[in-house]
Design a protein around this ligand. Structure first.
Ligand code: ZN
Ligand code: ZN
Length: 256
């Protein structure tokens, strides 16, 4: 699987001097496997995606907080006539992903509905397991206000765990179990150690906890995503050095 981290900022997009190195686009990872393109979340990172011509596109939402959906109206594939796009997410707080998207893709928030786009878009509740091409997708529930979904993508001997918007504590053991032997875990490291005390219950974690979880899970690699907009490049470089693990810049790609 080829991974492109199109958006690694959390909470809100940000730009300007001091943010150029890590970038300011919000949550989106593009996973390419053969003829399949799987997008994990549709934050503003998805705006820079340039899908291949003949691929099938699936978008899996972790949850529907704005930083994970706000790029969707500008995703170029939506404007391609006849392009098949499947959207998946869990029903939350009584509303399906289709309900939530319908309530956003409507005036006065947005001038057109999802069905008005030229692409052939379907929206489904996330099944317990899902296979897209050669990729097997499983998921677990996160600890995050309103809930969030953590995904694991397995293809052959390669596996990628997308663990964003996760607060450690209640579900740490489950995440260790879920991530056993993963090739790579992308982990929510929004806060540094000092900040975390002030933001308990906000649904995010720290790089050092991510490192520990990866070690206990026997994962080959771990990297940090969902950077706080309160942290500029200088702050993130300092956090990255202190943690001793990689903080992902927007636009980076890797293969697992
Ligand atoms: Zn988020
Ligand atoms: Zn969130």
């Amino acid at each position: 699987m080829r991974l492109e981290f199109l958006g690694t900022r959390g909470s809100t997009p940000i730009s300007g001097q001091g943010y150029a190195m890590f970038g300011g686009s919000t949550a989106c990872v593009r996973v390419i496997s053969g003829k399949e393109e799987i997008y994990l979340d549709a934050g503003t990172g998805i705006v820079s995606a340039r899908p291949e011509k003949d691929t099938n596109i699936s978008v899996l939402f972790s949850h529907m907080h704005l930083d994970h959906i706000e790029g969707l109206p500008f995703f170029s594939a939506l404007g391609q006539k006849g392009r098949g796009i499947r959207l998946y997410g869990k029903r939350r707080e009584g509303a399906s992903v289709a309900d939530i998207l319908d309530s956003i893709f409507t005036p006065p928030f947005w001038p057109v509905g999802l069905s008005d786009y030229p692409a052939d878009i379907t929206v489904s509740d996330l099944p317990r397991t899902l296979t897209i091409g050669n990729v097997k997708i499983t998921h677990m529930e996160s600890d995050h206000p309103g809930g969030s979904t953590i995904y694991r993508l397995d293809e052959g001997n390669s596996s990628f765990v997308y663990a964003t918007d996760f607060e450690h504590g209640k579900h740490t053991k489950d995440l260790i179990e879920f991530s056993k032997g993963a090739s790579l875990i992308a982990y929510d490291g929004q806060y540094d150690e000092d900040e975390y005390d002030d933001y308990r219950g906000f649904g995010h974690s720290t790089a050092s906890v991510g490192k520990d979880i990866a070690w206990r899970a026997g994962a080959k690699k771990v990297c940090i995503i969902h950077h706080s907009p309160a942290h500029n490049d200088e702050a993130l470089l300092k956090m990255e050095r202190a943690a001793g693990i990689h903080f992902v810049r927007c636009g980076e790609s890797t293969t697992v």
